[in-house]
Ligand binder design. Structure first.
Ligand SMILES: [Zn+2]
Ligand SMILES: [Zn+2]
Length: 266
């Protein structure tokens, strides 16, 4: 079994705790250390119980809490080699493990496989977390769905998926044309429609839980993102439970178990 709780998520900050077989890891530390510790405590965990922290990329909304969080104790940090250059300054006592796309690393009971995403960062990654045959996909901060992603994420029981912006709200947000192009371009973020299209590609009856994440506070609303995905899940007749992660409140533990559904082939 795998379970996970999104401590916070939006364009302003992101952190998630994932547990499997008694091993607990964090993905990103993009909120204050205080909030991370508070969120972990609400989950019944202490930060000393965290076996590792996986990073997607170096943007502040994914790393900003690391400096304070790593002051008290040396953390095991998992990231790409390029990202480590940035993180070393924030966490001089961190114990770094470099990860490579397609190469699984084992942290206690969890096997974690990184994959490439498309974002304006040094070497951004998504992840698949696996424990005893149960898998959770983690896809955020990517302007497009990369060719390898459907195969990497085929058959996952849980998916954390960016649904960053509504194109009309982005267009009318008062942002500069350059910034609008950056957000909606291939190195930017997934729109609600792109997130739905991805579920049309990899959605399957064994997908138990889908969490919409990294919602832009100015260019999207949880209601818009959820309505678009709800319609897509209904259209596909999938029994998947839909959740929307928020910045201000923690999304409580979501549990994933084995499903006896044949793996889709792509
Ligand atoms: Zn981000
Ligand atoms: Zn980013």
């Amino acid at each position: 079994m795998i379970r996970f709780s999104v401590l916070a998520s939006s364009s302003r900050g992101n952190a998630t705790v994932i547990s499997g077989g008694g091993t607990h890891v964090l993905v990103d530390t993009g909120i204050s250390a205080l909030r991370i510790r508070k969120g972990l405590a609400e989950c019944g965990l202490h930060d000393s119980e965290i076996s590792g922290v996986f990073f997607t990329h170096e943007h502040q909304d994914h790393v900003c809490g690391l400096g304070v969080l790593s002051k008290k104790r040396a953390l095991n940090l998992y990231c790409s080699r390029y990202l480590a250059k940035d993180l070393r300054g924030m966490a001089p006592n961190g114990v770094f493990t470099y990860v490579e796309p397609g190469q699984a690393v084992q942290v206690g009971a969890l096997s974690v496989t990184p994959f490439c995403v498309s974002h304006d960062a040094a070497d951004p990654l998504g992840y698949v977390f696996e424990c005893e045959g149960v898998r959770l996909g983690y896809v955020t901060d990517t302007g497009i769905i990369m060719r390898e992603m459907p195969a990497m994420l085929a058959g996952v029981q849980g998916l954390y998926l960016e649904s960053n912006y509504d194109p009309e709200m982005l267009e009318n947000s008062g942002r500069t044309p350059d910034l609008i192009r950056r957000i909606s371009g291939r190195w930017g973020h997934l729109s609600n429609g792109q997130a739905c299209d991805f579920i049309r590609t990899i959605g399957h009856p064994g997908l138990q839980h889908l969490v919409l994440a990294h919602i832009s506070p100015e260019c999207n609303t949880p209601a818009k993102a959820t309505a678009a995905m709800r319609a897509t899940l209904d259209e596909l007749r999938l029994p998947t439970q839909l959740h929307c992660a928020r910045m201000a409140e923690r999304l409580d533990w979501i549990e994933l178990g084995i499903t006896r559904v044949p793996k889709f082939e792509y």
